[in-house]
Design a protein around this ligand. Structure first.
Ligand SMILES: [Zn+2]
Length: 108
C-alpha cells in the first residue's frame, strides 16, 4: 500500500468509529430525564458532559472529513496555512492534521 492509501484507510476507520460514537451519544442525549429530582441532577450533569463529548466528536468528524477531502483533491500532506509539506511522521501520528508542526505551534 502507498502512504496515502494507508492514511485514507486509517481516516476512514476513524470516521466510521467517530460516527458510531456520535450515534450513541445522540441516542443517550435523547433519553427522557428521570422524573425523580435526585436522579435528575445527576443526569443533567451527565448530559452536559455528553454534550461536550458530542461537540468534540463533531469537531473530530469535521477534521477527518476535511482530511479525506484533501486526499481527493490531491492536496493532502501540504499545510493548509503555509503550503509546506507536513512530515510523514506527523501525518502517521495525526492523519487528520491540516497544519505543519510550525503552524500548529503558532496556532496554540
Ligand atoms: Zn505550515
Amino acid at each position: 500500500m502507498t502512504f496515502i492509501a494507508d492514511i485514507r484507510a486509517v481516516l476512514e476507520a476513524q470516521l466510521a468509529e467517530l460516527k458510531s460514537r456520535q450515534t450513541h451519544l445522540s441516542a443517550d442525549l435523547d433519553l427522557p430525564l428521570d422524573p425523580d429530582a435526585g436522579e435528575r441532577a445527576v443526569e443533567v450533569e451527565d448530559d452536559a458532559s455528553l454534550e461536550a463529548q458530542a461537540r468534540l466528536v463533531a469537531q473530530e468528524i469535521n477534521s477527518v472529513e476535511r482530511a479525506l477531502l484533501r486526499i481527493d483533491r490531491g492536496t493532502y500532506g501540504a499545510c493548509v496555512k503555509c503550503g509546506e509539506a507536513i512530515s510523514d511522521k506527523r501525518l502517521r501520528a495525526r492523519p487528520e492534521a491540516a497544519l505543519c508542526l510550525a503552524c500548529a505551534d503558532k496556532n496554540e
